[in-house]
Every structure is written in C-alpha cells, then in structure tokens.
Design a protein around this ligand. Structure first.
Ligand SMILES: NC(=O)c1ccc[n+]([C@@H]2O[C@H](COP(=O)([O-])OP(=O)(O)OC[C@H]3O[C@@H](n4cnc5c(N)ncnc54)[C@H](O)[C@@H]3O)[C@@H](O)[C@H]2O)c1
Ligand SMILES: O=P(O)(O)OC[C@H](O)CO
Length: 333
C-alpha cells in the first residue's frame, strides 16, 4: 500500500488525509502538537477541526516529522502559508529523495512575495519538477462529508501530477491534471482576498448583485495579475480560478469570507483576528499579492482596497466609493 505523509493536521490537512486514505493510501499525519497526534491515534478523530468525522483506520498521526516522512512515497504540506518557510527549515532534509512534494496551501509569502511552490523549492531545496500544487473549490467541511468536488493537480512534471492525482482520486473527489503552476497558485491565493471583499459587502448588508460584481471583477484582476506573471489565461476559467472563487465567495464555510463579514459588520481588525481560530490566508496575502501586482505594473483595485481596510485604516464604506468611482474603462481591458 502506498504510504503518504501529510504535514499539517488542521482543517485541510486532516480532510486531505481522509481523501488519500479513501483512495486506498496509508497516511501518516504530522501534527505540531504531540497531544493532538496522541488524540488522533486514540480516537480516530480531530474534532477541533472536523466534529463528527471518523478518520479511516489507515490514517495515523505523529508529532515527529521524520517518522511521518520515513518511507513515504509522497509528501503533502498543509500548514499556514506564512509558516511554510520556517517549517521547512526546522524539518531539515527529511523528505525522501525523488518523491512528489505537494502544496495544498493558498497564499503568497510576505516580504519575499513568493508563491508556495517557490518557497518549497528554495527553503526545502526541492527540484521544481517534483513539486505539485493542488487547488480548487474544496471547502474542507464539505469534503469530509464526502460531497462530490473536483480539483486541479498541477505540476510541470506529467509523471508527478499523474501520481498525485492517482493518490487522491475517490468517488467523491475528482482530480483534473494541469501544467500551469503559476496560474493555479495565483488563483488560489487571490480568491481569498476577493472573498474578504465579498464578506465585507455582505456584512454591510449588500446582496447578490454586489457579490456577482465583485466575483466577476475579482476574476478579471486575478487573471490580469496571473497572466502578467506568466500564467495561462485559461487557468482562471477553470476549477482553481472561477471554481474556487465562486465556492469561497458564496460559502459561509469560508474563513476569508467570514473574516470580511465581521469587518463589514463593523468589528475591528483586532476583534476579528481574536475571534478567528483558523487561518484566513487572504488577511496576510493581500499585502504580498498587492506587492506582486505593483512590481508587475498590474492594476488590482479590489486587492488594493482590501489591503487598505486591513492595513491603512480605510473604512469598508469608503471601499464602496473607491471602487465605484474609478475611471470608466472597457470591461475587457
Ligand atoms: N480548510 C479548507 O477548506 C482549505 C481548502 C483548501 C486549501 N486550504 C489551504 O490549506 C492551508 C492550510 O489551511 P487549513 O484549513 O488546514 O488551516 P487551519 O487553520 O485549519 O490549520 C492549520 C494547521 O497548521 C497548524 N499551525 C498553525 N501555525 C503553525 C505553524 N507556525 N507551523 C506549523 N503548523 C502551524 C495549526 O495548528 C493547524 O493544525 C491554507 O493555505 C489554506 O488556504 C484550506
Ligand atoms: O475557508 P477559506 O476561505 O480558507 O477557503 C477554503 C478553500 O480554499 C476553499 O476552496
């Protein structure tokens, strides 16, 4: 039986471990806290993240990353984006040679403005041909209920992406193959920022016209940025693009949308951060995505306004005026 290491036992790491086990794999799940690893092994559950989920027997947990990765034929990473580099450096060279290294993360590193695959290549000293990015409309709370969903498995290596797709294909989880790592990652990270904007609008009492306008224009600026960075424009019309954007912006399960909603309701940033127990990647990545756009000379007005609310003291009400009063332009420009 194939042995997979999943590093990160939060909401998505736990859900993905369950998918790989359902696909026939044996999974070692790495938990940062030893007491969580012990609890998962004793109860076959991780109720802090997924109350009601019984993990398959072929999922076991450990707090020792070397034990998790020993003999693994695939290493899957699901830690918060901003902690990836420090984790890779702390783990050291424990990944088995030549196996695919998979990123489930949807963020861009602060300060370096690097995508997660770039951080893995650099800090983990991993050949980019071994790196695979998995992204799509995959709210973990629905996946653990085994509700049908599709996903993109992207890598420059046809062999690596085929191996990863095989390892996570189940009757309820359908992988599609992709070659566009840049587009898949930019789409996954930027949709979190657009979902923050949609949440703010909902929090202010706005309805579906506003949501649809933000989703559509959010997709336009995501595609503009991604294309400028070398992505295939078609990626933004696929599962990692419009698919994930719609799922995240529409769902009350989204942490990013929920975070934006609280701000739209008038909660302060500090209050909202204190009330958020899981990672809402867009809160930090809005800064690095904006920096990437500025470096590339690309206009990203929704990202820019979200960043201004979070870090420049702009009010959510002012965002409406700021976005609605922009100079008129061709929709397709
Ligand atoms: N939850 C989803 O529906 C979903 C779906 C697709 C992709 N993702 C992406 O997966 C990634 C992980 O998200 P998640 O939903 O599992 O988040 P989460 O907040 O549920 O879990 C994060 C896990 O990382 C641990 N952690 C926190 N700080 C850490 C650190 N400094 N070092 C190592 N571990 C740390 C936490 O204890 C927790 O186990 C994110 O990039 C997210 O965008 C999430
Ligand atoms: O809960 P969010 O906002 O981090 O979104 C989760 C997933 O990325 C949806 O595909």
């Amino acid at each position: 039986m194939a042995r997979t290491a999943v590093l990160g036992s939060g909401s998505w790491g736990t859900a993905f471990a369950s998918i790989v086990a359902d696909a026939g794999g044996e999974v070692r799940l790495w938990a940062r806290r030893p007491e969580l690893a012990e609890r998962i092994n004793a109860t076959h559950a991780n109720p802090d993240y997924h109350p009601g989920l019984r993990l398959p027997d072929s999922v076991t947990a450990t707090a020792d990353v070397a034990e998790a990765t020993d003999g693994a034929d695939m290493v899957i990473i699901a830690v918060p984006s901003q902690s990836l580099r420090e984790n890779l450096l702390a783990w050291g060279p424990v990944f088995p040679d030549d196996v695919p290294v998979v990123s489930l993360m949807k963020g861009v590193e602060l300060d370096t403005n690097k995508r997660m695959s770039q951080v893995i290549a650099e800090a983990g000293d991993i050949d980019p041909a071994r790196i695979v990015v998995v992204s799509g409309p995959n709210l973990a709370g629905e996946i653990v209920e085994r509700q049908p969903a599709a996903v993109v498995v992207a890598s420059s290596s046809p062999r690596a992406r085929a191996r990863v797709a095989e390892a996570c294909a189940t009757p309820y989880f359908r992988p599609y193959l992709g070659a566009d790592v840049v587009g898949t990652e930019i789409a996954g990270a930027t949709k979190n920022v657009i979902a923050l904007a949609v949440g703010m609008a909902h929090g202010m009492g706005m309805g579906d016209n506003t949501t649809a306008s933000l989703i559509t224009r959010g997709l336009a600026e995501t595609a503009r940025l991604g294309t400028a960075l070398g992505a295939d424009p078609q990626t933004f019309l696929g599962l990692a693009g419009v698919g994930d954007l719609v799922a995240t912006c529409a769902s009350p399960l989204s942490r990013n949308r929920t975070f934006g909603y609280a701000l739209g309701q008038g909660k302060s940033l500090a209050e909202t951060i204190a009330a958020t127990k899981q990672v809402a990647e867009g809160v930090k990545s809005c800064r690095s995505i904006l920096a990437l756009a500025q470096q590339a000379g690309v206009d990203v007005p929704i990202v820019e306004n979200v960043e201004a609310v979070l870090y420049e003291g702009r009010s959510t009400r002012d965002v409406v005026g700021s976005l609605m009063s922009r100079a008129r332009k061709l929709e397709t420009s």
